[in-house]
Ligand binder design. Structure first.
Ligand code: DQQ
Length: 595
């Protein structure tokens, strides 16, 4: 069969798959994979259903739709991750809590779904929630149930392990007294969800948050209080609110305030005699903005007496700090007592079409779990992939040292396959003299700045960084890069922009490929800045300046797949850049839920 015949055949197979999927379940794409491999050898674009676009070491089940991570926890030697899952297809719907367990947060074994609709309070969906460890070590899950077919009327339910001595926590029971929290007193019942992990006050009573919307546009975190985790009453004032639209998946937790990386258990915060928070603890409040589909947070103080949270930065609800400036939503942290750290999980959606997802048979991944801690400045969090991910690194990294990259030059990193890789780079800018002036109108709008000045727009200092998942002829590439600006005001420190530009990531025209960007609050006056990118077939997760800014991007190359994916360092600025060191590892595939 000639090339054209093969392409036509691949389309026909896709069409048939689409039709089957209209009412069916999982389909194995072996045939398509063979077609795609043959096509690739001849330089023909791959189809979106190519199984080489499924991620290799990011969390996902073998098939179907996933969204929010739920109730992550560590119990009797096992990490547990529950997540929103559609057992019937690759689009959102029929939501249950799927359940996987792991010894190391990297290799995962899928268990049966833990929480499925079975009671009046969750008959139409088991939505997001969190786990709280009781003083005797028993985990309790609190989650949102939808209890009406016509509208998404939301209540909060609890579920308990049937057998506490089972480290895998395979079965969960829902006590008869559910639901334990219902919308009352004028609360918007269709926007009332995603209970947090609970914590205890000096009075021994539990508190937790439920996300909501007040009026047309106020995001709210309501506080509920309980003596016994059964009867809950709402505290009159919310913990916090802001004019940002609905707050989904709130998360509220303490962090050590003295720059140490150690995590603090939400439920074990020491309080002083007056009920105030222990001195060296700050709090983080994160909300997922339903309107804008990203997670933002503030760092602040928790006033335990008034049950209020006050962000340190009064503008913090307006000029957002984000966990991630890319595709990362509905995240949740948990305290890991085994390694005394706080770990962040976030959901990354696809950026292809729903029809493509149906054709692929899967949609959604979880980002690599990240350790989070407070930057010594106290102004923001730092994030770094959990150390366990390094176990997936191949034995022989490729290393570049002291390689100068001249203006307009790009350098290929050869000697390894880079479709599934971990790359760490330390850059050094020769001089900041060529830095462009920052347009004050964009001083708060990294996104606009990056889309106006993308990776191919020549600059002063930068753009410089990596082209990842690039095709040999550079028809396809995703740029992950920095650009440095002179501060808008005299004497201000240089402004560092970090961007991911996937606008040339694929020849497939039906993808959502916006640039993503954030400012990096780092001092680059010594010219030094670092970048780490976890590349995994259809995801690029990047960490700028040691985790000060993070960007996750989903891309679906049609040429730069498998062995045809290349990696380059590029410099599109006027200033010379030196790669002081680049270390790149191929990444192995862990056990991933049997896939
Ligand atoms: N996803 C869940 C909700 C949550 C939303 C439903 C956030 O509980 O608010 O699947 O992605």
């Amino acid at each position: 069969m000639g090339v054209l015949g093969r392409v036509a055949w691949a389309w026909l197979v896709q069409l048939l798959l689409l039709q089957q999927h209209a009412g069916a379940s999982h389909v194995v794409y072996d045939d398509l994979e063979l077609q795609a491999t043959a096509a690739a050898a001849e330089g023909v674009p791959h189809s979106i259903v190519d199984s080489q676009l499924r991620t290799g070491y990011h969390f996902q089940p073998p098939k179907n739709w996933i969204n929010d991570p739920n109730a992550p926890m560590y119990y009797k030697g096992w990490y547990h991750l529950f997540y929103q899952y559609n057992p019937k297809g690759a689009v959102w719907g029929n939501i249950v809590w799927a359940h996987s367990v792991s010894r190391d947060l990297i290799n995962w074994v899928a268990l049966k779904p833990a929480i499925e609709p079975s009671i009046k309070g969750d008959k139409y969906g088991c939505w997001s929630g969190s786990a709280t460890m009781m003083p005797d070590g028993t985990p309790v899950i609190m989650y949102t149930g939808v209890n009406r077919p016509d509208v998404n009327y939301q209540v909060q339910n609890v579920a308990l392990p049937r057998n506490r001595s089972d480290p895998l926590l395979r079965e969960w029971v829902k006590p008869g007294h559910n639901p334990v929290i219902v919308p009352e007193g004028g609360i918007n019942a269709t926007q009332f969800r995603d209970p947090t992990t609970a914590w205890r006050g000096a009075d021994g009573h539990w508190r937790l948050l439920v996300g909501s919307l007040a009026g047309q546009s106020r995001g709210v975190a309501y506080v509920y209080r309980s003596k016994d985790f059964r009867r809950w009453t709402r505290v009159a004032q919310p913990l916090h609110s802001a004019a940002t639209g609905m707050w989904e998946c709130p998360d509220f937790y303490p962090v050590t305030a003295d720059g140490r990386r150690e995590g603090v258990d939400t439920t074990a915060v020491v309080v002083d005699a007056s009920g105030g928070a222990a001195a060296r603890v700050k709090y983080v409040l994160k909300n997922s903005l339903d309107l804008r589909r990203y997670d933002y947070y503030t760092v602040g103080t928790y006033d335990r007496k008034a049950e209020r949270y006050v962000p340190d930065n009064a503008d913090g609800d307006e000029h957002h700090l984000r966990y991630d400036y890319g595709n990362f939503y509905a995240s949740k942290t948990f305290y890991d007592p085994a390694k005394r750290r706080r770990i962040l999980w976030g959901w990354a959606n696809e950026s292809d079409t729903a029809a493509d997802d149906v054709a692929k048979g899967w949609a959604g991944i979880q980002a690599i779990p990240r350790k989070v801690w407070l930057d010594p400045s106290g102004k923001q969090l730092l994030q770094w992939p959990i150390e366990e991910v390094e176990r997936l690194r191949g034995k022989k990294p490729v290393i570049l040292k002291d390689r100068v990259v001249k203006p307009g030059e790009h350098v290929e990193v050869t000697g390894l396959q880079t479709a599934q890789a971990d790359v760490e780079v330390s850059f050094e800018v020769a001089s900041l003299g060529a830095a462009e002036r920052l347009d004050p109108a964009m001083a708060y709008d990294a996104q606009r700045l990056c889309s106006a000045r993308g990776a191919d727009a020549r600059g002063g200092v930068g753009p410089f960084g990596l082209w990842v998942l690039a095709s040999a002829g550079l028809e396809e590439k995703t740029a992950v890069f920095f650009r440095v600006f002179r501060a808008a005001r005299a004497g201000g420190k240089p402004v560092v922009l970090m961007c991911t530009d996937p606008t040339k990531s694929s020849r497939n025209p039906n993808l959502y490929q916006p640039t993503f960007a954030g400012f990096v609050d780092t001092d680059i006056t010594n010219g030094k800045i670092s970048l780490r990118s976890l590349i995994d077939r259809s995801v690029i997760e990047s960490f700028g300046a040691g985790g000060k800014a993070c960007i996750l991007s989903r891309v679906y190359p049609s040429l730069a797949i498998g062995k045809n994916a290349h990696l380059y360092v590029f410099n599109n600025g006027k200033a010379e850049i030196k790669v002081s060191q680049l270390t790149a590892w191929e990444m192995k595939k862990p056990l991933m839920n049997g896939a």
